[in-house]
Design a protein around this ligand. Sequence first.
Ligand SMILES: [Zn+2]
Length: 435
Amino acid sequence: MADKLLVVSVDAMHYDDIAIAREMPGFARILAQASVAEVEGVYPSLTYPNHAAQITGCPPATSGVYNNTQFQPWARRPEWFWDSRLLQVPTIFAAARAGGLTTAAVQWPVTANEPDVDWLVPEIASPQVFAGLEDQYRQTTNTQSFERYVLPNISLIHNDGRKGRYLDMVDEVSAQILRNERPDLMFVHLTALDFARHAEGAHGPHVERALRRVDAALSTFLDILEQTGERDRTSIAVVSDHGHLDVEQVTNLNVVLAERGFLRVSSTGELIDYDAYCLGGGLSGQIFLADGITPERRAQVAQLLAEIEADPRYRIEKFWTAEQARSDYGLDGPFTWVVESEPGVTVASALTGRPVVVAGDEGVPLKRGSHGHAPRHGGQPVLIVTGPAFTAGLDLGRRNMLDQAPTFAAALGLAMPTAQGTVMSDALVGSQVRV
Ligand SMILES: [Zn+2]
């Protein structure tokens, strides 16, 4: 059992990236005594459902986080699941608070307004909800975090719309909190590798470049733990949330639904109303039905989906009913079907344009990565654990994403009875859950 635990999510790190990371100084220091697992993530293989699982031990059907974005069909930019109040189950932060531990979270998804994090700088992927950056944090974190860490570092956020706008701020704030507050439990989310894979594809030299940036942050964390005398009492877990696949095609099911009269769009491209609507989730999607839809109309939608599934142009592998998705994947929500596309096919939410766009078409980049696919395809997430709580040098094989939160809790002597995963007791030194 450790005194402290630092969990670092390297967004979109593949298990196979370990071979590259091992040659880098920060990763090498962590991997030297580590136990390592390949991880089966939750479906959809998106950032928010998986990061929610990592702090709750629950799949989307239970956590409530079934996509990155909420179902807001009339919004031009639907909100992400940024607010912790959208979680329907307790977090590891609540367990830590109840156990008298201090906590921190930097850029971790679904942590805005999280009441059980002492030092909180949440990831906010929906800036349109707020009146600027200061307001975004004033409304989503506590006063001490806002004054001590957000305000002094807000100029490190590059407010120019590029996706990496938070990278510098997150590196700096997480280092400052680790050094100054020495929290018992800290979660940090590093996103450089995910951005690189989205921009340039699942594999290539950009992966190593992004991993070097992550490695520098890991080295800084290790140096701080050594300088503050906390290294020997701090266990470290490096995790990731999903892999990437190269995008080959975009299928816009709402365009097909509109063509067939199940969805109506104004001449300016705005949604008027719908019988059925597809919420894209990267390389998968979810079909929502209108409230009060008649059984006859619903049967017509089901008939169209069967046609789409049978038509090779769309490259849709299967429409799962929500009941099937819940029992096979732990995925459920207010939708009626889950759209599983073929690997590499994006299921988008566009209302207008062509129903099928192939990579390489005019204006569509050839090399681009994405995720959201069924977790059995492509590169798999990682779990790397080291430090006093964890057994050293084990190949832990293949483990489930849901096991992480209860295992992290157990590493600190805490129990998470609401987690649906199980404690990886073989990875823990003398695991005794304090109840
Ligand atoms: Zn991610």
